[in-house]
Design a protein around this ligand. Sequence first.
Ligand code: WTA
Length: 658
Amino acid sequence: MTNKSRNDTIDSILKEDRRFLPSSQFVENTSINNHNLKTLNQLANDDHELFWAKLAHNEIDWQTHFSKTLDDSKAPHYRWFDEGTLNVSVNCIDRHLIDHADKTAILFEGERGDTQTLTYRQLHSAVCRFANALKLHGVKLGDRVVLYMPMVPEAVIAMQACARIGAIHSVVFGGFSAEALKNRIEDAQAKAVITADGGYRGGKIIPLKAACDEALSQGCSSVQTVFVLNRTEENVTMVPGRDIYWHDAIQHISDDCPPQWVNSEHPLFLLYTSGSTGKPKGIQHSSAGYLLGTIVTMKWVFDAQASDVFWCTADVGWITGHSYVAYGPLALGMTILMYEGAPTVPDAGRFWKLCEDHKVTVFYTAPTAIRALMKAGDEFPNQYDLSSLRLLGTVGEPINPEAWMWYHRVIGKERCPIVDTWWQTETGAHVIAPIPGVVATKPGSCTLPLPGMDVAIVDESGKEIEEADKGGYLVIRKPWPSMLRTIWGDDKRYIETYWQRFNNKYYVAGDSARRDKDGYYWIMGRIDDVLNVSGHRLGTMEIESALVAHNLVTEAAVVGRPDEITGEAIFAYVVLKGQRPEGGIDNKLSVELQQWVTKQIGAIARPKEIRYADNLPKTRSGKIMRRLLRSIACGEEITQDTSTLENEAILEQLQGKQ
Ligand code: WTA
């Protein structure tokens, strides 16, 4: 193939309908077929910049076209699509008004069953009005706005309104404490906070405004205005001159709000995530590059179709709720479902009822939710008609094969491909994930890197590991458009955390991984969760997955404890399907589980000690707090902040005090 004819072929692939590629039946007719996936990968390998330039050109509505694709003169601070100007909210909303103004953008259901529908036209009007309200209260280009909201349409409206005026939002998950909120507001020096009188979750009202008041009473002097959405009618204190109800703020306000054109690199948002130290990192994302990442992955991984009802269960407080609720699907003019509450209210059938009622076609959730719903029993999903589903996704941690198979069999009826998507807050969008119908899946593997993602596994010295099944550091060697730009206000920490390990050459994800003989990636765990037992590297998640595969076990968390002989010894916390044994010890069962793990992985992975608990200590996003478990296993004082724990009372049990 000559260069010219190759380029023409690529152009024709990339130029197909900018919103939706033809598709529908998996296996043969996905958005991307085997042939054009190869072509895309080839272009990305041959000319990384040209590849991304073409996609940026085709997928984004630019106000001013960009002049330079990638500026690496200050690497690892990369700039993408410089001098281009755009507005992200125009790309997510206005561009659909021409042909699809009356299409449903957001389908909402509250925990108590109340519903609401917003078309693209209504969404546009709501966003413009709230954007004008923000402006009226002094919020300007580049100002930071913190959101502390329930999972309601106004959360997306507020994010899009910030984008419309070039304000930088920072969403703080509603489950975080007042203290955590205060730290984030102060770090971002936010000028305004958007919250609600409360939100419904787990049958309770979450007192968001009260937590917000507590945070603001302890500092946060940068905050001038607090917008309060009236969601629950709970009585809240309103501070005169500072607090204003959302509905009052948009009264008599025009719904004409011309977009603020911003540079491609203008920060769209900050999102705080925990690091290895106590202080959270404000991950800073760009406008154009970030938007592009969400758009292409929506198409490639979720096979975005105009007819889809797309449901990503993540809260907007997490990156998944940014990329695959508030931005990506809207940029493609899709219909999204938003659900406010918990998966088990009124019972463990709620998610499946929502799928039936709203005819969800693509469903994206986390393994922790899948495991919990699997534990509840098949009778819940079996009560509902799940035939609208065509594609299932998971994210957040490796999915253990047992949960994968259940998801495949009981939810997908062996009909829906499962996309296991590896990515991070920092990467902005999927990095390693299957293209459904094209890349064959293996339960527990996130499969292959997406086109344009130069992923590798390297050893301690930074040398690529070519051998199959040998674990190492997961790195990304070339910059990509949706990558984080820095840690807000802390360039030094950005470099130290993500780049310094290999002389600023590679982005270091902080995960360890291995590649099997087919080149498939298997995430083994965070680097700090990799154990070294008798000189063997073991991913904690691998051992957990083995334990969970036992028919008596629901969940497990494994940590390392220093050991004189083996370096580290494996300590496992186990949640059983049935009753917790008295005192958290059951020697007979422990022997059985030790033998089980030995059989699953090998003697090297056998837990030295097993303790049984009713629950594991998790953050509200479902991540197991391993550092805390490690301290307990080592018999150390607990010095970590436990305020973000779902269930603080579990600590006594884990410590063997009950
Ligand atoms: C883990 C969530 C295995 C991983 C989007 C990563 C995964 C961290 C997967 C990022 C997956 C995410 N398989 N592990 N499919 N997806 N992880 O920033 O350790 O909340 O580094 O972003 O979750 O978590 P974060």
